[in-house]
Unconditional design. Structure first.
Length: 255
C-alpha cells in the first residue's frame, strides 16, 4: 500500500511512518468498524472488480482523536481473482457525521416532546404520568435511562418516584440535595435549586459529577440532562435523561 502525504496527514502520521501494509492500515480503524469495512471490500472482490468500494468508518489517530473517514476507490483483480491493486482516496467526513448525529438526536427529542404532549393531555394520574414519561424517554427518545425525582420539602433531597431503562436501583446508591453542598452541586441539585435545565456531557471527567460517578459509569451513563418539573412557577422535582455516549446534549435539546 502506498499513501500520499495528504492521506498520512488525515491519519495523523508523518509520510515516513506508514509501513505500507494492510495490517498497519487496519490498526487505525476502530475495532467496531472493521467488520463493516471488510464486508465492503469483500463485495468488490465477489463482484469480480466490477463494483467500486465506498465505505465509511472511524479511525483513531496516534494522539487518540477519533475521526470519521470515507474511502472511495476500485480494485483490480489478478488472473486468480485476488485483489492485485487498489486505487482510491480517503476523505475526512467527521463534520458531516457529527451534523447527521445531531439531527438524529434532535429528531428523537422532538419525537419525545410530541409523545409527552400527548400523554399530558390524557393521563390525570400523576404516578401513571411519571411512569409513562420515563418509558417514553427510553422507548421513543432512545435514552439509555430516565428518572423522575420529586423534592422532599422536609429534607430538601430528591426522592425517586419513576424510572425506566438501564438504571438498576441507581437511586439507592446516590443522594441528591437541593442545598448547596457536596450532594447539591450536580445537575439534579442545580436544576431543583435554580429551576433551569442542566447537563453534564462528560460524566467520566466532569468534577461536578464526582459524588455519583462510579454508580453512573457502571450503568453505562456517559451524559445526563436534568429538566426541572414546575407547577405554578415552583420547582417540585426533576426529570433526568441519561445517554450512553458523551456530548449527547446541546443547546437545541435543553432550551
Amino acid at each position: 500500500m502506498v499513501w500520499s502525504d495528504e492521506t498520512c496527514a488525515l491519519f495523523g502520521i508523518a509520510p515516513d511512518e506508514f509501513r505500507g501494509t494492510r495490517e498497519h492500515f487496519y490498526s487505525f480503524v476502530v475495532p467496531e468498524d472493521r467488520p463493516r469495512l471488510n464486508a465492503d471490500y469483500s463485495r468488490v472482490v465477489t463482484s469480480g472488480g466490477l463494483l467500486d468500494v465506498e465505505s465509511e468508518f472511524r479511525i483513531r489517530r496516534p494522539d487518540g482523536e477519533v475521526r470519521w473517514m470515507m474511502v472511495r476507490g476500485n480494485a483490480h483483480l489478478d488472473a486468480e481473482g485476488s485483489v492485485g491493486r487498489r486505487f482510491g482516496m480517503y476523505m475526512d467526513i467527521t463534520d458531516r457525521k457529527h451534523a447527521e448525529e445531531r439531527i438524529l438526536r434532535l429528531n428523537r427529542v422532538y419525537a419525545l416532546l410530541s409523545a409527552l404532549s400527548a400523554v399530558l393531555a390524557r393521563i390525570p394520574d400523576q404516578q401513571h404520568l411519571f411512569d409513562t414519561a420515563c418509558r417514553i424517554a427510553v422507548d421513543t427518545g432512545k435514552m439509555h435511562a430516565a428518572m423522575i425525582g420529586l423534592l422532599d420539602a422536609d429534607t430538601g433531597e430528591a426522592r425517586m418516584v419513576a424510572q425506566a431503562g438501564n438504571i438498576r436501583d441507581y437511586h439507592k446508591e446516590v443522594r441528591v440535595s437541593r442545598a448547596i453542598g457536596p450532594f447539591g452541586g450536580g445537575q439534579f441539585g442545580i436544576a431543583m435549586r435554580e429551576g433551569r435545565s442542566v447537563v453534564c456531557n462528560d460524566i467520566e471527567n466532569d468534577p461536578t459529577f464526582a459524588p455519583w460517578r462510579d454508580s453512573a459509569l457502571k450503568r453505562g451513563f456517559k451524559s445526563v440532562g436534568v429538566f426541572p418539573l414546575k407547577l405554578n412557577g415552583r420547582t417540585f422535582g426533576g426529570y433526568a435523561h441519561y445517554a450512553d455516549v458523551p456530548n449527547f446534549f446541546d443547546a437545541e435539546e435543553i432550551r
